[in-house]
Design a protein around this ligand. Structure first.
Ligand code: NAD
Length: 441
């Protein structure tokens, strides 16, 4: 029986440990899920929602403790991680209301035929989560899967297993036996889950693992929903409010130590405002609080990218102070060019990388010069900024703000940032199989 030991990236101390799931045990877990799924799907949506809302209430009570655990396991500042836990717990009621609409029958009639579009569960769903939002990411996968009537095998990240388990515990306490099971481990367990006799694979994580999963799932045409990495651009136009743009750029480049799928990874700034923007960005950077990187491997990846950018002519315009252990001092880089690796490969670290551009057309061309397409942000005078925003090939675009929406909208990646998507009525529906029933009237 091997154990997964979770350590605190700020000091290397053990936070706790879980028993790793034996990959040989996964087939039996799927068989248990298959039996349980029949009973779970036989409940009405309202009955399932009542049960799931009880888990939401437990999570509200436990949010501070779960957030504190998440902060210890993956290094996000305490208040931010507790905020994430409270946010996820608070989503249950509104999400379930949206899911009721998503999965409800839709009836249409003409003189001769009555057609009912129904949305049935796929069956057994696998949910594989990353560590960077150790509560919110599982939530966006597990809740729609269960609400639609699927049984779930949930694998938290090996870098935040205790937080994933704590989130799952609230559900395990209210769900019927076998409705959800937790699989602990890393890539081997993830691969075994994808290869198992399951019907839906829901994955949030890196593009590389997403490609592997899609190839594997394609062998027997399993349904997949993949939310993958990004290389989000930000464009600062001449005419932008530079104070607001700089504060946003610092917050979105350095937040969660840059380990966010929609972190600002590339900043294209109009020549006319470049120097003024960089000066304000440095001022804003000085006020940002960041925790350690998740582990030494992630820090080494970012340091290696930085060294290669340095060798290719990037200029360190500012560097923060704390650089010990898994902490990586945040950096503002200027003189960036598209020949650099850092213009194309996801960094996932606390770097603000500034590229000087001489026209809107150049900004748009470079912003779109990526295989990714998750988020993008434009700051500028509003009509101008909107015109530029419409030309960007991202799934989610912010104009003079981040990606916050009025709510109920999909979380969606274009290009190689996603394959399928979740959230919003359209997203929830991907967790169900649509069928069409036609009756003679
Ligand atoms: P990762 O791909 O290394 O791991 C994610 C999960 O998949 C983990 O649970 C891991 O054990 C498992 N896994 C790894 N290889 C697998 C395989 N071949 N088959 C099945 N499972 C496998 O990613 P990570 O380091 O945990 O997370 C960071 C990545 O996630 C970044 O690329 C980030 O941009 C992305 N991300 C995307 C979103 C989004 O909404 N699009 C949100 C958060 C994170």
């Amino acid at each position: 029986m091997s154990e997964l030991i979770s350590t605190d990236p700020s000091n290397g101390k053990e936070v706790g440990r879980v028993v790793m799931t034996d990959v040989e045990a996964i087939a039996e877990m799927v068989a248990v899920a298959r039996v349980a799924q029949v009973g779970w799907a036989a409940l009405s949506f309202a009955e399932r929602a009542l049960i799931l809302n009880r888990a939401g209430a437990l999570l509200v009570e436990r949010a501070e403790a779960i957030g504190a655990l998440g902060s210890q396991e993956m290094g996000k500042p305490l208040g931010e991680c507790q905020g994430e836990a409270k946010y996820a717990a608070g989503l249950f009621a509104t999400d379930l209301e949206e899911m009721r609409e998503a999965y409800a029958d839709v009836v249409t009639e003409n003189k001769r035929v009555r057609t009912t579009v129904v949305r049935d569960p796929h069956g057994v769903a696998v949910c594989i989560a990353p560590w960077n939002f150790p509560i919110l990411m599982p939530h966006t996968q597990v809740l729609p899967a269960l609400a639609a009537g699927n049984a779930v095998l949930f694998k938290p990240s090996e870098r935040a297993p205790l937080t994933g388990q704590a989130y799952a515990d609230a559900l395990l306490e209210v769900l019927p036996e076998g409705g959800m099971q937790v699989v602990h481990g890393a890539g081997d367990q993830g691969k075994a889950l994808v290869e198992a006799d399951v019907d839906l694979v829901v994955f949030t994580g890196s593009r590389a693992a997403g490609v592997h999963i899609l190839n594997q799932a394609g062998k027997d045409l399993k349904r997949v929903i993949l939310e993958l990495g990004g290389k989000d651009p930000m464009i600062v136009l001449d005419g932008a409010n530079l104070d607001k743009a700089a504060v946003f750029a610092a917050r979105n480049s350095f937040g969660n130590a840059g380990q966010v799928c929609v972190s600002t990874e590339r900043i294209y700034v109009a020549d006319a405002v470049h120097d003024a923007f960089v000066a304000k960005l440095i001022e804003a950077a000085k006020t940002t609080e960041i925790g350690p990187m998740v582990d030494a491997r992630q820090k080494a990846h970012v340091v290696a990218q930085l060294e290669r950018a340095d060798a290719q002519g990037a200029v360190v315009a500012w560097r923060g102070e704390r650089n010990d252990g898994n902490y990586l001092a945040p950096v503002v880089l200027t003189g960036m060019g598209h020949h650099m690796e850092m213009a194309h490969d996801e960094t996932f670290g606390p770097l603000a990388c500034v590229f000087r551009v001489t026209s809107d057309a150049e900004a748009v061309r470079l912003a779109n010069d990526t295989v990714y397409g998750l988020g993008a942000v434009v700051f500028g005078e509003s009509v101008h900024a909107r015109q530029v925003a419409r030309q960007l090939k991202a799934g989610m675009i912010g104009v003079n703000q981040g990606l916050t929406s009025t709510g109920g909208t999909p979380w969606v990646g274009a290009g190689q940032s996603g394959y399928g998507f979740h959230s919003g009525v359209e997203g929830h529906r991907q967790f169900a199989q649509v069928r069409v029933l036609n009756e003679r009237r």
